[in-house]
Design a protein around this ligand. Sequence first.
Ligand code: NAD
Length: 476
Amino acid sequence: MTTPHYIDGRWVEGQGNDCITVHEPALGLPFAELMSASTAQVDQAVAAARRALPAWKQTSAGERAALLRGFAEQLGARREDLIALQMRNNGKPRHEAEIDLDDAVATFTYYADLAEQLPEKNRDVPLAVPGFSARTRLEPVGVVGLIVPWNFPLVTSAWKLAPALAAGCTVVLKPSEVTPLIEQAYGQIAEQLGLPAGVLNIVNGKAETGAALSGHSGLDKLSFTGSNGVGSQVMRASAVQCRPLTLELGGKSAIVVFDDCDVDQAVEWIVAGFTWNAGQMCSATSRLLVQDGIADALLPRLQEALEKLRVGNPLTEEVDMGPLTSQAQWLKVAGYFATARDEGLQCLAGGKALDREGWFVSPTLYVDVPQSSRLWSEEIFGPVLCARRFSTEQQAIAQANDSRFGLVATVCSADLQRAERVADALEVGHVWINSVQAVFVETSWGGTKGSGIGRELGPWGLSAYQSVKHVTRCLG
Ligand code: NAD
């Protein structure tokens, strides 16, 4: 792939310092290479977005909505290719890759609908004081930088791109160096739909390219999804420029299981909550809090379910879980297995890398994990579950909230009043009751505490790319 960067409506070669090797994690083998974008090319992309902004923000909301619908249709037209690429490059099982594609399509369609409703939002404001009129204008924030990770590349980019374009912003997107091919589809679709040059630019690269974008003085806003470590660097860069940012960061989320649950159903929720995408989810519910009355029945069944999970190459086998997406992630998870051994944690399932080619680990369960353990408090980003018991509702809430993160949580109980009460008490951005990882475009996404700043999806996702202006007129 020699021209991987889409700048000012043209595909260009990378002139940066980094060679990016793209891997097939199920085999641990490379299958593509590209050169990163240079700092000068990031400058060109931001300048192109700046030039494109005045005309793009003057387009009608209806015109933008039509283009967003075009994105949704064209994603559908590339469905098989994009599913295959996600399976190959991310190691996703087919059904997961299909859900990602459907999510991206739904996101573009949803923001097309919201764009169409924009004219109604620019309306008069009733005032209590006579003699004045006032009206609201929701204006695009301007040129935005979008930096995304590798775990849900199609989806995470859609959650930023669709609302940014709907609002009338122009963008520079930097995909992850681990999965740089998937978002090429967005550039190809932009070209095919005749999106004006510079409205959408894509620069690929590693930290150097990301830092050139996040620190660029030509941006009006940055929206970042990724780790807390890089998030804090990006926040510092935005502070220097005194400009707004959205941060979608990590998590260490709880799943709370009360003893009135059906054991088999609870096991299903628990397994899905931490093994989907091989546990590489910011929203993985990787801390299990299980009530005393059900723990002895549930934990052996959970162990059994994990041992039965089919782990393998999604391109050649029927699997429930694929490999970890990168060697770095595989080494990180293996490091946590070593820490667990050093800490003397009790392992009921997994706890090791698989003895085969590729970057596979077993789905893993540690029980009676002390709150002082690193595995209890740190985001592992792999299929590793740590369990603790509780006796009262208050204990469950206190243990669930005892985290520096606050992204999501799941509450499982047959007593819906209790489940709603616990949901209200949890310090997170999203709670699922008797379900896991169900994300709808109409509801918000984002966290409290160390999990980030701001919200994506729903009307909040659009507001993130809008600036509110009021025009007040004296009628006298
Ligand atoms: P990461 O922070 O390493 O990288 C994210 C992006 O930042 C990549 O595109 C990377 O190239 C870029 N980058 C790296 N160094 C940079 C720098 N100095 N300046 C600017 N950009 C830089 O994260 P990752 O490993 O790709 O993704 C995993 C993390 O993402 C996990 O912590 C996970 O919880 C988080 N995540 C959060 C959400 C959410 O919605 N809250 C969603 C998905 C992933």
